[in-house]
Every structure is written in C-alpha cells, then in structure tokens.
Design a protein around this ligand. Sequence first.
Ligand code: BEZ
Length: 220
Amino acid sequence: MEEKVITETKEAVSMPRLGEPAPTFEATTTQGVVRLEDFKGSWLILFSHPADFTPVCTTEFIGFAEIYPELKRRGVELLGLSVDSVSSHIAWVRNIEEKMRIKIPFPVIADLDKKVATLYGMIHPGESRTETARCVFVIDPEGILRAMIYYPLTTGRNMQEILRLIDALQTTDKHKVATPANWKPGEAVIVPPPKTQEMAEQRLKEGYECKDWYFCKKKL
Ligand code: BEZ
C-alpha cells in the first residue's frame, strides 16, 4: 500500500491541566507588574480576549466590569490579557470609559511576547495564529487551576455562567458536594456517590432526596 504523505503539520498547543498548579508568570499590566503569586489567598479569574478596539471584546470588558463587584464579594480577583501593548490597553479602556461610561477596574496584561498566552494554551492557530482565543481560567486560593473555558473569537462569553461557575466551585469546596446541570445557588446539590455497598444502603436512610442509591440530592 502506498504510504500516506502528511502535508499538514499541526502545531501542538500546550494546555494547562485541571487540578494542577496553574503555570506561574510575571507580566506587565495596565496597573503595573503582576505575578501569579500576588494572588495567593484569593480566587483569580485570568481571561484572554483577541484584540483591543474590537466590538465583541468591548461588550465582554463591559460585562466583566459589571460583574466585578459580584466577583469581589466572592473573593475573586480579575486579570485580563491580550497580545496588545500597554499603550493600546490604556487607550482602549479610556475609550470605553469615555464612550460607554464604564470604568474598567481590573488590570490587563500586555502579553506582547505571548509568554503567558503560550503557557496557558490561549493561542489556537485554527482560530487565529496571532490573537488569543476567549479563554477563562479559574485559579483557587492555593494556586490550583480549577476550571477552564475556551470560546471562539466570534462568540462573546456569558458573565452569569462565569459567576455560576465560581458559586459552584466554592459550594463544592465548602460542603464537599457536586452540583447538577443548570444548578443555581439555593438549589439542591448532589451528594457524592457512595464508595461501598454499606454506604449505599446507609445513604437511603439519611433523608436525602434519592432517585436511586447512586443519585441523591440534598438541600444545603
Ligand atoms: C471582536 O471582538 O469583535 C472580534 C475580535 C476578533 C475576531 C472577531 C471579533
């Protein structure tokens, strides 16, 4: 059989992994130099956008600024990133404030050399070789990467989903439970599956709301 010649070379995108320490970095931002270590002890959302002075990104920056007080209330810091310069970021956030009357309260990394973007797998050449995709990384107070969201260039992210994700992670940590599809704060949570037959029988007597031995919910 004739050997197939591979003509397309795919660049490997190195991706960080959930449950592992988030890659460390030091970067220049609109509010000075920041290091990942500076955020130890609080939750951090690191997010990327493709480019300054573009419409979808502008709606997202407004969205992030609007949920900023809600994030702070949950102990979450916010850090933006694109491969644009600090001067470009400053001009853009000033434009948003002047034209849309929204102040951008969070720092934005100027990742001109793509160092942070490469560490976090933010550049997906199939989407864009030069711009970062719309990525969200949730890093916990111990510096562990807890969640990642990747969106294409053409789709603006849902801010309520980002808040919901933070609520779910914090609820999971506090109560050692899991959260079902479409869960919202105040709704019943999932009791983790039993590890032994004895625990399976026991849980049916706990007063949980059970569909079966493996599928029980409880109100917090
Ligand atoms: C935007 O933010 O509008 C955008 C940026 C890059 C590609 C497509 C849209």
